[in-house]
Design a protein around this ligand. Structure first.
Ligand SMILES: C[S@@+](CC[C@H](N)C(=O)[O-])C[C@H]1O[C@@H](n2cnc3c(N)ncnc32)[C@H](O)[C@@H]1O
Length: 259
């Protein structure tokens, strides 16, 4: 099978996002909606199970879908260590979120941590929303989390960023992250080359490069897209504490109901 985008970085992923998780605190938000919706839940692009596992521990039946075999393998290892009852609440499927058919419906579907922005063409995004619509129960809820594209960053057209370092527990080394980003203003995409660099136990310098494209989507564009695909947008939050959308909040969280 073709390598999926995140296969190359799955081993770093949980270390890399540790700080982000502390700041964003999205898990209680999804638990609340899952309990409110009542039925089964589908998480698109579930990755290593960061959100999926805490939901399953709350007795929520959840299916995690992701295109990356390696990300799912990391999730599977964590799930294997859970008690049987919690394991029974979880199902994992390796599928592309822009073309999946699971032959069942869910009362809540969500796609968190900006994963939807990995769908870089209009066609892929439209197809994904068609799939979401087909997999939701009548009046089911879809929650979509994206970042706010900041004009002052886009205006730079290219940007070098130091992203800090993290401790790779498995290899007992500190890994430094930096990235080179080029914005394609016409396509509303960015291309990022991310460099992971460390010195191994033998004293050799190591570099791992990961490149990806990412779409940036503006608030009303997303609202129109959701409406076009049969959703009514009920809320637009700017953070997971339910503060209203604000350009400077950095996040945009759409809560949409299937019409
Ligand atoms: C930033 S990670 C988010 C993982 C997880 N949702 C979280 O919050 O920690 C993005 C995830 O999107 C997945 N992904 C990217 N494109 C995808 C696609 N077309 N279909 C399914 N999953 C995809 C990647 O494999 C990766 O696991």
């Amino acid at each position: 099978m073709r390598e999926a985008l995140f296969d190359r970085v799955a081993r770093f992923y949980d270390y890399e996002i540790e700080d982000f998780i502390k700041n964003i605190n999205d898990v209680p938000f999804y638990i609340e909606y899952a309990k409110k919706c009542g039925g089964e839940v589908l998480e698109l692009a579930c990755g290593t199970g960061r959100v999926l596992i805490p939901l399953a521990k709350e007795e929520i039946k959840i299916t995690g879908l992701d295109a990356s075999r390696e990300m799912l393998n990391v999730a599977r290892k964590k799930i294997d260590a859970l008690d049987r009852g919690t394991q029974r609440n979880i199902e994992l499927v390796q599928e592309d979120m822009s073309r999946f058919d699971l032959h069942k419906t869910f009362s809540l579907i969500f796609c968190t941590f900006r994963s939807f922005q990995h769908l870089v063409t209009r066609e892929e995004r439209g197809k994904c929303l068609e799939c979401v619509n087909r997999h939701l129960t009548k009046n089911g809820i879809f929650i979509l989390h994206l970042f706010v594209p900041w004009h002052h960053l886009l205006a730079q057209e290219r940007r070098s960023m130091y992203l800090g370092k993290f401790y790779d527990k498995e290899n007992d080394v500190y890994v430094t992250r930096r990235s080179e980003v080029v914005f394609n203003l016409a396509q509303q995409t960015l291309h990022e080359d991310r460099f992971y660099e460390w010195t191994d136990k033998q004293g050799n310098f190591q570099r791992h490069v990961w490149s990806f494209d990412f779409a940036y989507l503006f608030r009303y564009e997303v609202e129109l897209l959701l409406e076009k695909h049969g959703f009514r947008v009920e809320e637009v939050f700017g953070s997971f504490d339910k503060s209203p959308y604000n350009y400077y909040s950095g996040e945009q969280i759409f809560v949409a109901r299937r019409e």
